[in-house]
Ligand binder design. Structure first.
Ligand code: PEP
Ligand code: MN
Length: 244
């Protein structure tokens, strides 16, 4: 889905498109953890209104919803709408938030902090378990590493973490090539690599006019690229004994 939910028509359009191409969950941000504090006409979050748009689009398409909660005070509000709640990278060790999510009754998508190893990540997952929630999916979204492929590159995908996590944990692990690469030109190849390495799923940012996306315009995929990628992934999944 989109990074931030921009309006009802946008969300509806993306949802119906990605569903037709084989997506099984709709992810969109109503609350966003943004790197810089400036909110504007071009970088915004819709909050409760965004959640209402999500409910409407779920009713229309049947796609379950994944959305992020950034604030412990909003867990109940977000849990009322979401079918799965995302914990963003920056909140991976926000322990009061994890405790509240332990009690929320909804599955949690736990992103890995870009500076943490497996021990801290699985420790965070155990907070959810310890407080009553065993519906946890891990999400690798890139770690900080100095590299110079692009001036805007901030993260690099840790593909090796997929088999490494498997040796410690039964939890499903999905990859987020969009935030990890921060650049759409790297997203298809890294998506293919992730599925080849055994990832259980991907989160991909998709937008009808990617360069005009309100948030994260550098990384969103066009419909055309998304569709082509889904075709590739179907073939790769088959090779590793999975289905899309
Ligand atoms: C996101 O998924 O929208 C996001 C901001 O990702 P991360 O927390 O991984 O930076
Ligand atoms: Mn984003």
């Amino acid at each position: 889905g989109p990074c931030t939910i921009e309006n009802l028509d946008q969300l509806r359009d993306i949802a119906s498109h990605v569903k037709d191409s084989g997506a099984v969950l709709l992810r969109g941000g109503a609350y966003k953890p943004m790197t810089f504090p400036y909110r504007s006409k071009t970088a915004f979050e819709l909050g409760e209104e965004g959640l209402a748009f999500m409910r409407r689009v779920r009713d229309e398409t049947g796609l379950p919803l994944v959305t992020e909660v950034v604030d412990v005070r909003l867990v109940d509000q977000v849990a009322e709408t979401a079918d799965m709640i995302q914990v963003g990278a920056r909140n991976m060790q926000n322990f009061p938030l994890l405790e509240e999510l332990g009690r929320c009754g909804k599955p949690v998508l736990l992103k890995r902090h870009f500076g943490c190893g497996i021990r801290d990540w699985l420790g965070a997952a155990e907070y959810l378990y310890h407080h009553g929630n065993d519906q946890v999916v891990l999400c690798e979204r890139g770690i900080s590493a100095a590299h110079t492929h692009e001036p805007t590159a901030r993260f690099i995908v840790d593909i090796q973490v997929i088999p490494a996590v498997r040796s410690y944990s039964h939890l499903p692990i999905v990859i987020d090539p969009s935030h990890a690469t921060f650049n759409r030109k790297f997203v298809p190849s890294i998506s293919r690599a992730a599925i080849a390495a055994g990832a259980d799923g991907l989160i991909l940012e998709v937008h009808p006019t990617p360069e005009k996306a309100a948030v994260d315009p550098l990384q969103a995929l066009s419909y055309e690229v998304f569709d082509g990628l889904m075709g590739d992934l179907r073939g790769i999944a088959r090779v590793v004994g999975k289905t899309l």
